[in-house]
Design a protein around this ligand. Structure first.
Ligand code: M6R
Length: 578
């Protein structure tokens, strides 16, 4: 979380150019925003980037750094917004990550008389480096000294006043250099410069770089290193489509096309990779998925399908993977991540590798950290997803898993999925809109499913929480009677997702209805007379189509409530802290 961008060029540019590149990373956090120039001008404020840009003076410079924040240490205030300056005004920097031992470092610097103006962990970096320079170190040695004492995660861009250079260094948090025709952009991810250049150089952990307008040099702890320039290819477009009010609804509607693109690629250019992955998966004892949030829900579907064909598969939320999952040389770990940068997943993957497990990944963002840490990687080709809530990437993650299972013996026809999705959106959107109008004051929604519908219930609950701000619980239909049913009373809304002739789910519905619940049933069995009948060409489309009904509900309820749909409060799209 937090997005950072630095820009450097021989030609002077206005700082709004740099902040424009930052805007492309706003999904990484939007609590506050700020920019600093090599001349030492700093502008910052709380809130989103657009209003900030509107009040920015047209200052021109040859080097600038900027930051969009997702607050971790220190409240959302102007003082806590980045860039932060050193006590002597010589160093300005922006940071993504967490300096875990910041209190310890702060204590030492405070003893030397340095005063802190913010409550952030970041400020300590600026003071530490300036202090080391005053003590006689060169700027590079001061940075190296900081990297030696720092604990935690960091991607830092630093300006030394009046010097036409950007210093960049990182551990665990992502950082990439974009090569432009005139100068460079260095940023948290490739989307910052994807409209300008396909040429990228990815930082690895504990590397630093000195970036001048004409050249760049990379270093590891051992000295200068040669880095490979990667040509990045982009999938899909991110232009705002005037026919859609929000990115979320645009991305929901993009799902048939995204699904079609992925299916073609899995049969085409990615087929070799996919076959290799299936071969490895067949040769090991068990598959362990690791993921977070929506990607975790997709992985549950993977587990369900693989277990149904006798393949041992498990999944766990990434932050607890090292505590609850036995990863060893007999396991294939498959990390699923839209961003490919989620810190919990990165940590779990590093843990799995250290235990000898093979690692594969299913990602949306090419060249992301998780992809680069994997032995094999499948790209889901959903195109950039701007809304913080995952929609089209969930669908394509499920399709990639279905294809893997198919190659391992799961009998299904995936070709009808894109049309199934289109039909579901067309046939349900108006009715969802109508029902959503009646739900705008709802506080709690309970969502139940069994078998392949259980992950759907979890995913729809997550969408309702993050987008509609409704307390929602997604659970196994069978688990309701073990406690949660105590919360069912007159008028409570229950969504029931039913795949196939699942009479146990019908019983669960009866149990809540007799206690006053209003049940909305989403099923593919016409005999159950559901509120939403999913007529699908393949059962495999069920977890996708059913989830799309939930995506639409969360969107239209949030719209009724007038909520900030694409950038919900407290969230960020790329969660790069533990
Ligand atoms: O980029 P990732 O797929 O690794 O992200 C994992 C979660 O942070 C993400 O799915 C999150 O839950 C979304 N806001 C869900 O809509």
């Amino acid at each position: 979380m937090c997005g950072i961008v630095g820009q450097i060029s021989n030609e002077k540019f206005v700082i709004t150019d740099t902040v424009n590149a930052l805007k492309r990373l706003e999904y990484r956090g939007y609590d506050s925003v700020g920019v600093a120039t090599m001349e030492g001008d700093i502008y910052k404020d709380i809130g989103h980037i657009s209003p900030f840009m509107a009040m920015l003076p047209l200052v021109a410079t040859n080097a600038a750094i900027c930051h969009t924040r997702w607050a971790t240490h220190g409240k959302v205030t102007k003082e806590n917004a980045h860039p932060h300056a050193s006590f002597d005004g010589s160093i300005f920097l922006v940071h993504n990550g967490i300096i875990e031992n910041h209190k310890e470092l702060k204590k030492k610097l405070s003893i030397s008389g340095i005063e802190f103006v913010s409550k952030t962990d970041t400020e300590v970096i600026a003071h530490y480096i300036a202090y080391e320079i005053q003590s006689g170190l060169s700027i590079v040695d001061a940075i190296r000294s900081f990297m030696g004492v720092a604990q935690g995660t960091f991607a830092v861009l630093l300006l030394h006043k009046e010097e036409q250079r950007i210093y960049a260094f990182k551990r665990d948090s992502p950082l990439v250099l974009g090569i432009l025709d005139d100068g460079f952009i260095v940023a948290s991810d490739i989307y910052a410069f994807s409209d300008k250049s396909p040429k990228a150089v990815f930082f690895d952990d504990d590397e630093y770089a000195i970036i001048s307008p004409d050249s760049y040099e990379f270093f590891s702890a051992k000295g200068p290193i040669q880095k490979q320039v990667t040509e990045v290819t982009w999938t899909g477009t991110v232009e705002k489509d005037a026919s859609f009010e929000h990115y979320m609804i645009k991305e929901i509607h993009e799902q048939p096309a995204a699904a079609r693109r992925l299916l073609a690629s899995l049969e085409g250019e990615q087929s070799k990779n996919m076959n290799e992955l299936a071969t490895i998966a067949r040769s090991i004892d068990r598959i362990l998925f690791v993921a977070a949030g929506t990607s975790y829900h997709a992985s549950l579907i993977g587990v369900y399908i693989l277990n149904s064909i006798g393949v041992e598969a498990h999944t766990l939320i990434a932050s607890e993977f090292h505590n609850y999952m036995l990863a060893d040389e007999h396991a294939l770990v498959i990390a699923i991540s839209q961003s490919g940068e989620t810190m919990d997943v990165v940590k779990a993957v590093k843990h799995a590798r250290s235990k000898g497990a093979k690692v594969a990944s299913i990602v949306n963002v090419p060249h992301s950290t998780i992809q680069r840490l994997s032995d094999f990687s499948i790209e889901i080709l959903a195109g950039q997803e701007i809304c913080v809530a995952s929609t089209k990437t969930y669908t394509n993650q499920v399709i990639a898993l279905l294809r893997l299972a198919q190659l391992m013996g799961f009998e299904t026809d995936l070709s009808t999925i894109p049309d199934d999705i289109s039909k579901v959106i067309e046939s349900s959107e108006a009715y969802v809109m109508e029902l959503a109008r009646t739900m705008k004051d709802t506080h709690d929604i309970y969502i139940i499913g069994r078998g392949i519908s259980y992950p759907v219930s979890r995913e729809v609950a997550l969408k309702l929480k993050e987008i509609s701000y409704i307390h929602a619980e997604g659970m196994m239909g069978g688990e309701l009677k073990h406690g949660t049913i105590a919360l069912i009373e007159e008028g409570v809304i229950v969504f029931a997702f039913i795949q196939g002739p699942d009479y146990d789910m019908l019983s669960n519905i009866e149990e809540v209805e007799v206690r006053g619940a209003n049940v909305i049933m989403i099923a593919d069995n016409p005999n159950f007379s559901p509120d939403f009948l999913l007529s699908l060409g393949t059962m495999s489309a069920f977890p996708i189509a059913a989830t799309i009904i939930g995506q639409l509900f969360s969107y239209y309820i949030a719209k009724e409530k007038g909520l900030p749909i694409d950038k919900p409060r407290n969230l960020a799209k790329s969660v790069t802290v533990k």
